[in-house]
Write a protein of this length. Structure first.
Length: 313
């Protein structure tokens, strides 16, 4: 089998390629991709060449860990069938290209235990499930505290705020320095750091991915407060010790979502407790992938870019 896939051959060297796809095994499914999302975190770092060493990385690389589509073939040891609509968090199924992510492709092969069935009515928003599960993983878990301040009103920040409200928490404050991203808040307030004089936040979630903001956040927590690093950071994280010492600051790193997070998030979306509406601001045909990736990474008005794979086999 062959697939048309987005391929990064080096920093800012991106285009479509025809790649051989590994034959499916008894516990695999073959998925015809309908939509794939572009991550402005880790994928941007691969695009710029700034990604720190990471297991499984290298060029050429098929990006994309947010894909939704239709099962066209299911192995006998799976519980899927042709016609099922599924979310796929990427795939490593290509000859001659790394599949560390591997979801930005017209066709892919994935182990059945990595994918999850979704309602086809979600349309392009079905590709957002992994990002929503990432936000859920940061918030959920024994002893985890809901945020009263979220830094960044991009897609991850919005999902964190929506999940906080859905969980019955107090409406969080959200910091955003880009005026174009202040809209879209529902049930919580968006402001700038300069317009917020509060310095007793009990739990701050940083969704900015900027290590430079950390010293500022230490000054804004209450004594014994917690800072949760929910983004992905390419720069070393450092801060002056005395302010953190005086605040008895606590730090937590939010890791990758788990299958349980994915299932729980799907349930929240299906039940209407979590909305994915309004997060996709840009859509492009897969044929225009090179321009779409550049827009996603350089245009601050682009919250989420999704590729439409209609017309590709």
């Amino acid at each position: 089998m062959q697939a048309t896939a987005v391929t990064l051959r080096g920093p800012k060297k991106l285009g479509l390629s025809q790649l051989e796809v590994t034959p499916p095994q008894a516990d695999d499914v073959v998925v015809k991709v309908a939509h794939s999302g572009i991550s402005t975190g880790t994928e941007k770092l691969f695009w710029t060449g700034e990604m720190p060493p990471f297991p499984g990385m290298g060029y050429p690389l098929v990006p994309g860990y947010e894909a939704s589509g239709e099962v066209v073939e299911a192995g006998p040891e799976t519980h899927f069938k042709a016609g099922d609509h599924v979310f796929v968090p990427g795939a490593n199924c290509y000859e001659g290209a790394f599949g560390l992510f591997g979801g930005a492709s017209s066709l892919l092969v994935s182990a059945a235990d990595r994918i999850i069935k979704i309602d086809p009515s979600h349309g392009p928003e079905g590709a957002l499930l992994a990002l929503a599960a990432t936000a859920r993983h940061a918030i959920a878990g024994p002893g985890n505290t809901l945020p009263d301040l979220i830094v960044g009103h991009g897609v991850l920040g919005r999902l964190l705020a929506r999940l906080t409200v859905a969980a019955g928490g107090s409406a969080p404050t959200v910091w955003e320095i880009d005026p174009s991203r202040h809209s879209g808040a529902n049930g919580y307030a968006v402001t700038t750091p300069d317009d917020d004089d509060r310095n007793d936040y009990s739990c701050i979630y940083d969704a900015s991915g900027s290590a430079a903001v950390l010293p500022q956040l230490i000054g804004r927590i209450a004594k014994g407060g917690e800072i949760v690093l929910a983004g992905f950071y390419s720069d070393p994280i450092s801060f002056a010790f005395p302010p953190a010492f005086m605040k008895e600051a606590r730090f937590r790193v939010a890791a990758e979502w788990t299958p349980d997070d994915l299932s729980a998030t799907r349930a929240l979306v299906d039940e209407g407790a979590l909305s994915l509406n309004g997060l996709i601001t840009h859509t492009a045909n897969a044929a225009d992938a090179a321009q779409a990736y550049q827009t996603a990474f350089t245009d601050t008005t682009c919250l989420k870019m999704v590729l439409d794979w209609k017309g590709y086999a």
